[in-house]
Ligand binder design. Structure first.
Ligand SMILES: Cc1cc2nc3c(=O)[nH]c(=O)nc-3n(C[C@H](O)[C@H](O)[C@H](O)COP(=O)(O)O)c2cc1C
Length: 192
């Protein structure tokens, strides 16, 4: 199963457009894809009540509550594609909310007796697709964080960032940049 995590809010999002091009290349058909629109998920803020609830579930070994469905879905995906626009040098807050809600000790990872985390996620590959109005350069904080948490905490084997930049700059032909990015995407043609 390919999990498509959509953190794009605009109807004509160029980030989503790129991610859809990637999906065409890597998914054998639509049935292989599970789509999650983060703006429609109604994610909760992880406050003290949520932390207590999660600690209790861990101690009982009972994650049957539907709250844990998003974390379980992430853990069982064979491939993960995140589409997220470049906002304020990283990504929209809704993606951080999602990450906090899937970071459940006992589902996506577990700490051993020395406090070292071990990932429980199946995905071999995570693609992070982003577009920016200006340059990203070395300030790719959103992707760098997603890569570190995915590989370091969840156990995802490998990540790749696909980016198209300068899309809001008067000197840049945005359509051309997007076309070039789509050509680049064609080389990621592993069907699931
Ligand atoms: C709230 C917000 C914050 C943004 N922050 C940045 C930024 O820090 N750097 C940048 O280059 N572009 C920034 N942009 C421009 C977007 O990165 C750019 O328009 C992007 O292509 C939007 O993606 P979308 O077409 O998928 O919505 C921002 C746009 C918005 C709406």
């Amino acid at each position: 199963m390919i999990l498509f995590i959509d953190a794009c809010t605009r109807k004509n999002s160029r980030t989503r457009e790129l991610a859809e091009a990637l999906l065409l290349g890597v998914a054998k058909d639509e049935s292989a894809i599970e789509r999650v629109n983060l703006y429609e998920l109604d994610l909760c803020v992880v406050d003290e009540d949520v932390i207590r609830k999660r600690d209790k579930a861990l101690s009982l070994g009972d994650f049957s509550d539907s709250y844990y469905d998003v974390a379980k879905q992430f853990a069982k995906a064979d491939m993960i594609i995140i589409a997220s626009p470049y906002w304020d040098l990283s990504f929209p807050a809704v993606l951080k909310l999602y990450i906090e809600n899937i970071s459940v000790n006992g589902i996506t990872f577990e700490y051993d007796e020395n406090g070292v985390p071990h990932g429980f996620c199946r995905a071999e590959k995570l693609y992070y697709v982003t577009t920016a109005g200006g340059e990203i350069g070395k300030y790719n904080f959103g992707y760098d964080y997603v890569k570190t948490v995915s590989m370091g905490l969840y156990g995802v084997k490998d990540t790749t960032c696909i980016r198209a930049v300068g899309l809001d700059m008067a000197t840049v032909d945005a359509d051309k940049v997007l076309e070039n990015a789509k050509k680049e995407i064609e080389k990621y043609g592993r069907k699931i």
